[in-house]
Design a protein around this ligand. Sequence first.
Ligand code: FAD
Ligand code: MG
Length: 327
Amino acid sequence: MLLKRLLPICLIVLVLAGLIYLRQPQTDGQVSRTALIMGTVVDIRAYGEDNKQLEQAVTKAFEEMSRVEQLFSSHIAESEISRLSAATESLSLSPEVIRLLQMGQQIGADTSGAFNMSLGALKDLWQIEGEEPHIPSEQELSAVLKKTGSGALTIVDDKVIKSKADLKIDLGGIAKGYAVDRAVSVLRQAGVTSATVNAGGDIALLGDKQGRPWRIGIQHPRQTNDLLVTLQLKDQAVVTSGDYERFFERDGIRYHHIFDPVSGKPARQCQSVTVVAADAASADALATAAFVLGPDAGLKLLEGLSNVEGLLVSADGKLMKTSGLPE
Ligand code: FAD
Ligand code: MG
């Protein structure tokens, strides 16, 4: 009871802390700031000689991520994506939103439908991330699956046509990566040559760290305080999808937020998938898709794409990797 009362207060404090960008002590040649955006802790670190320039660039990068959130969030009623979900037939959208929807559709096609942006109604039914998650009956699942289906969205010029009026769009598996890419782009435009942007496991790296690659620790999906591996990367994105952050357990079964679009249930074959790619939006969507496909088909998918590498942990804890990653 007490916990229930304290929870809203804790949330308000967190949001306020986010709004004023929890400032950490800055050292010369480095600016590091954290904010709460898209329901996720976002951390930006920029390195260079001019701290004032770095400060301004980091501020602009956070502003850009908030702008992206306003466009794509299904938690914001006026966002273009919420308006598309509410539309019954069709809606004209901005070129930027059309581009990300097209990219998501392409990745959906390339992954045999494992990546699917039409699962909004399913997400609402399960409430995995809500206070009262719900395990749906088979009947509820088959009813809600009728409100999904990536084929129900057609894009013609700036118009998105829905063949199902109650189809609800959810870009939770790609827009966070896109926001991270936009932040990097803004930092680069502001003259920054060395930076990291991390939005809750969606990481993009700008340049390197003083001539050396960045060392990125990938969390072990079952041992909270352990790393699975450390990757050495530069000028790339690395994104992890896992079943260990947004989940609940009932009767010893773990229910998490990455759905198999066919069954409408949490995908069961992986514990985590990490994808390294040129940009975070692709890495984000591919990690979600490979997670759904499972370790064998997921590995095959990632191995077949150029400039993409991946690490997959199967449901029984086996680690698999694409051939381009070092042992
Ligand atoms: P990923 O594996 O990258 O994605 C999982 C997410 O993708 C799921 O949560 C679901 O949204 C979607 N998904 C599930 N299955 C599939 C599938 N088969 N194909 C495609 N997509 C799938 N969280 C909050 O708590 N509050 C907020 O206000 C909030 N605002 C957000 C605004 C934006 C623009 C975005 C992008 C996210 C926001 N989120 C918010 C976070 C969101 O709810 C997800 O938790 C987050 O995007 C999941 O990212 P991930 O890296 O954990 O998992
Ligand atoms: Mg993802």
